[in-house]
Design a protein around this ligand. Structure first.
Ligand SMILES: [Zn+2]
Length: 531
């Protein structure tokens, strides 16, 4: 008896489920049509804009529509992964599941609705920094995830050795800018996405450029470049009087990195989670051999290779620069290194190792890039839509032996010079630099003596060397307000000596300065929080 009732109940529930599914599908489709049509109109002049829009009304007959679509499809070079119509019909199915339904793991401000997808597509602007192994993957992932406004910056050109993993590039692309080719390839394949390439150094762009993006995704292989972008992003960060980061000033970053079978993905919300600089110690120091070791007491195969590369090459080829991409040059270094190794009874010098040491090559594995980039892209989607809580905050992946992943929650360094609040000081606009230097010597949180003072990388006063001291000395009598371009708020870095427990150490401090209304009068200083 019970079984029969349960059975009937189940089939009834199944029936209801089917009906609901049908209704939801119809609803979603009708909602989806509106933005698509609008995009079709707006994007008309751009030519390549989503050609499937007009046909999505008939998306039930996807396959029949293919031919029509292919006619209107202007991307003749695209060996599309699926026909545009097919893409439109089922393309956002997974995204819809994430954005249109509630869930247990959603972010605190998540409001499921089809509108979210439209917002994601229309308003979210993402910058991908780097168009190499990770960058190619990131661009593809973002495009397929529904991000439509993407820009990419990379200063490199394509090399033959990139082709095994930087899958957007072909042999005929060798020598062309990575950013441009990557953007073109993704746009050819994914309809509706717009990727603007920037073939230049990250330093060539000003702050305004970086400020326009909602999310910045890093696919870089250098610590310096990461530090630079981190500094830029943290420079947008503002704190209130209680040292709490102002939400509107937080620019989220996702950072990926790989080395062989290992990789990491992290979410950086400056002011809330540790910035790149807070956890800089995570990176091992880069290997550099002292020249005397290379010349006199080599102990490893790498020493022998570096000897041939850094010392012997110069001795033999007076003035001729070593070209790491010239196989003849590499062969020469290899042969010299082998001789050197024999002389000292060292084994292990191979041509591959020679290439690795000389070019400082970190082996790159395509699958690691794909996995790390997928994790980064997913975090970006979470940040953009709050469809799930973001990872907190550092994922490590190791596929070296078996597979191991782990998420570690690193903590922010409150004294971080880059993302930390620093010490807030309120000043009268008439305070001179000289007076300011005296004040930070007495400030209980600073106690900085003999400080050199910089503002946005510009030297305001330098204690040493004497040449710089002389050059900056005249600033001492000028009001700090004037030196800081008469802005009511700014950040100063002061490098000086501080004393604690009888020991004097040198330290660098971040100071937030807020100027009070201009008034003539005695220089005065208030300290934040009544200290
Ligand atoms: Zn930091």
């Amino acid at each position: 008896m019970a079984t029969t009732i349960t059975g009937q109940l189940m089939s009834f529930i199944d029936k209801i489920k089917r009906v609901i599914k049908k209704i939801t599908h119809t609803l979603l489709t009708s909602v989806r049509l509106k933005p698509t049509r609008r995009e079709g109109e707006e994007g008309g002049e751009e030519g390549g804009e989503d050609p499937s829009s007009s046909a999505s009304t008939n998306h039930k007959d996807d396959k029949q529509e293919n031919q029509d679509q292919n006619q209107s499809q202007e991307n003749k070079g695209s060996a599309a992964m699926a026909s545009p119509t097919e893409q439109q019909g089922s393309r956002w199915r997974d995204l819809d599941k994430l954005l249109a339904r509630p869930g247990n793991l959603v972010g605190s401000n998540f409001d499921p609705s089809p509108q979210l997808k439209e917002d994601l597509q229309e308003y979210t602007k993402v910058l991908v920094v780097g168009a190499g192994g990770l960058g190619c993957e990131l661009l593809k992932d973002f495009a397929l995830m529904g991000f439509r406004n993407i820009e990419v910056i990379d200063m490199d050109t394509i090399e033959v050795s990139n082709l095994n993993r930087q899958f957007l590039f072909r042999l005929q692309d060798v020598g062309k800018p990575k950013a441009e080719v990557a953007a073109m390839r993704v746009m050819e394949r994914v309809s509706g996405v717009n990727i603007v390439p920037h073939f230049c150094r990250i330093e060539d762009k000003d702050l305004e450029f970086y400020s326009q993006f909602n999310i910045i995704a890093l696919g870089l292989d250098s610590i310096e470049a990461r530090s630079y972008i981190n500094g830029v992003v943290c420079s947008f960060l503002e704190y209130d009087a209680d040292d709490n980061a102002l939400e509107a000033s937080i620019k989220p970053m996702v950072d990926g990195g790989t080395e062989g079978f290992k990789g990491h993905a992290r979410v950086i919300l400056p002011g809330l989670t540790p910035c790149f600089e807070c956890t800089i110690w995570l990176f091992p120091p880069q290997v550099k051999y002292p020249l005397c070791t290379l010349a006199e007491t080599p102990r490893t195969a790498a020493h022998c290779i570096e000897y041939a590369h850094l010392i012997k090459w110069g001795e033999v080829h007076s003035g001729k620069p070593f070209d790491p991409d010239d196989p003849k040059h590499m062969q020469w270094v290899y042969a010299e290194a082998v001789m050197r190794a024999e002389l000292f009874g060292i084994t292990g010098v191979t041509y591959t190792l020679t290439q690795g040491v000389v070019k400082n090559i970190i082996p790159a594995i395509a699958s690691t890039n794909a996995i790390v980039s997928a994790a980064c892209a997913l975090e970006a989607l979470k940040i953009a839509t709050a469809c799930s809580q973001t990872m907190s905050n550092y994922l490590t992946y190791n596929g070296q032996e078996g597979l191991h992943t782990k998420v570690t929650e690193f903590v922010k360094d409150n004294d971080c010079l880059v993302c930390g609040p620093g010490v807030l000081i309120e000043l009268d606009s008439s305070v001179t630099l000289q007076k300011f230097i005296e004040l930070i010597g007495e400030h209980p949180k600073l106690l900085l003596s003999k400080p050199s003072v910089t503002c946005r990388g510009e030297n305001l006063y330098m204690q040493a060397p004497p040449v710089l001291e002389e050059m900056t000395r005249s600033n001492l009598q000028k009001p700090l307000y004037d030196l800081m371009d008469k802005l009511s708020y700014g950040i100063i870095h002061a490098n000086g000596m501080t004393r604690a427990n009888g020991i004097t150490t040198s330290c660098l401090k971040k100071i937030r300065i807020s100027f009070k209304v201009i008034a003539d009068g005695v220089a005065d200083m208030d300290t934040a929080g009544g200290v």
